[in-house]
Ligand binder design. Structure first.
Ligand code: NAD
Ligand code: TYD
Length: 355
């Protein structure tokens, strides 16, 4: 007999995934949540310490490219829905090792799609959904004014965005060819607690604390649209429950910042919270060689989501940044462990043989 509605969340030990897992556990006690995560350098079970003992939650250490494991999870737990976040997610790493991005982001997504298609085939009017979490970077770079809408043609430039674009195409191909119930969301840059300190905001917070240089690529004129992670996760929740099957939704903060302006604001907030004199860390800002293929501007038109589901970002940027800086200052041990890789040795011992 079928038990609880069961959701397979992939990449749940990562930055955004851990916030998704926590929200779903806390808000929906009737769901069973299975978190499949390979615990790469970016995955950290310490992100989920507060909910790990919840009976409705199960962690499985494993790779989304492992066909046998993914098939077994569908069969053993009668998976009803997937929220797919597992990915290689850092553009700079994708420039160094594009194959890792093709493997996880493309082949991993394909492995999950195929398992869902096979397992859900002939299962009647089940309430199934394959929710694919993607990025605004698939749309490429905006040179002037204007915004990405859901119909903007794909034009990825980095190996990361190319791999995410490819995964989005596979998701739509499974919708159109096999009738798989899917939904995709493409979100702008996230920030907030538990983000790995290789991305701009957490890296710079750490470096300000440690009086290390803040390497701004190029002249710092590139523009990103920043969204607090909890607001992204609230949108995912809404789309998961009320989004139309087969559709794509853009998610964005309506909050564009040139990198250099953001960095100056971040320096000001962090200095204040560290009780340093204003301007103390300005000298850490260092302009370095630009990133290869660096997209100039991302900006999202989220009016479809806002209009259809009434979503809007809840947090102002300064407030969100302050909350984020405070979290990193209060969680120095997390930062230290993540930076040293020590947590991975620990969890390898604890979860090593369990899949
Ligand atoms: P992250 O790098 O913090 O976490 C990725 C997680 O996936 C980690 O826990 C990692 O261990 C896991 N993982 C990696 N390869 C795996 C594999 N082969 N099998 C199983 N697990 C694997 O990433 P994030 O920033 O939380 O992003 C999550 C998703 O959201 C990604 O799909 C990303 O493309 C998308 N996204 C991110 C942002 C952003 O600003 N961070 C914006 C829009 C969309
Ligand atoms: P990042 O956080 O890597 O996100 P993404 O590349 O997915 O947008 O970078 C955000 C912006 O900050 C991007 O324009 C690149 C820039 N950047 C720097 O200038 N210096 C850095 O050390 C990093 C990591 C990013």
């Amino acid at each position: 007999m079928k038990g609880k509605y069961t959701i397979l969340i992939t990449g749940g030990a990562g930055f955004i995934g851990s916030h998704v897992v926590r929200r779903f556990i806390k808000r929906y006690p009737d769901y069973q949540i299975i978190n499949l995560d390979a615990l790469t350098y970016a995955g950290n079970l310490a992100n989920l310490k507060d909910i790990e003992a919840t009976p409705q939650y199960l962690f499985v250490k494993g790779d989304v490219c492992d066909v046998a494991l993914v098939q077994k999870l569908f069969a053993d737990y009668a998976i009803d829905a997937v929220i797919h976040l597992a990915a290689e997610s850092h553009v700079d790493r994708s420039i160094l090792d594009p194959f890792a991005f093709a493997r996880t982001n493309v082949m991993g997504t394909l492995t999950l799609l195929q398992a869902a298609k096979e397992f859900w085939a002939g299962s009647g009017a089940g309430n199934h959904l394959f929710y694919h979490v993607s990025t605004d970077e698939v749309y490429g770079s905006l040179e002037g004014d204007g915004f990405f809408t859901e119909t903007t043609p794909y034009d990825p430039h980095s190996p990361y965005s190319a791999s995410k674009a490819s995964s989005d195409h596979f998701v739509r191909a499974y919708r159109d060819t096999y009738g798989l119930p899917v939904v995709i969301s493409n979100c702008s840059n996230n920030y907030g607690p538990c983000q790995f300190p290789e991305k701009l905001i957490p890296l710079f917070i750490r470096n300000i604390c440690q009086n290390k240089p803040l390497p701004v690529y190029g002249t710092g004129q590139n523009v990103r649209d920043w969204l607090y992670v909890e607001d992204h996760v609230q949108a995912i929740d809404l789309i998961f429950h009320r989004g139309r099957r087969g559709e794509t939704y853009n998610i964005g903060g309506c909050n564009e910042w040139k990198n250099i302006d953001l960095v100056r604001l971040l320096v000001r907030i962090t200095d204040r919270l560290l009780e340093r004199a204003s301007g103390s860390s300005d000298g850490l800002i260092t302009f370095v060689t630009d990133r290869a293929g660096h997209d100039l501007r991302y900006a999202i038109d989220a009016s479809k989501l806002t209009g259809a589901l009434g979503w809007a970002p809840s947090l102002g940027f300064e407030e969100g940044l302050e909350r984020t800086v405070r979290w990193y200052l209060d969680n120095q041990e997390w930062l230290e462990q993540v930076s040293s890789g020590a947590y991975r040795d620990y969890y390898e011992k604890v979860y090593g043989g369990r899949a």
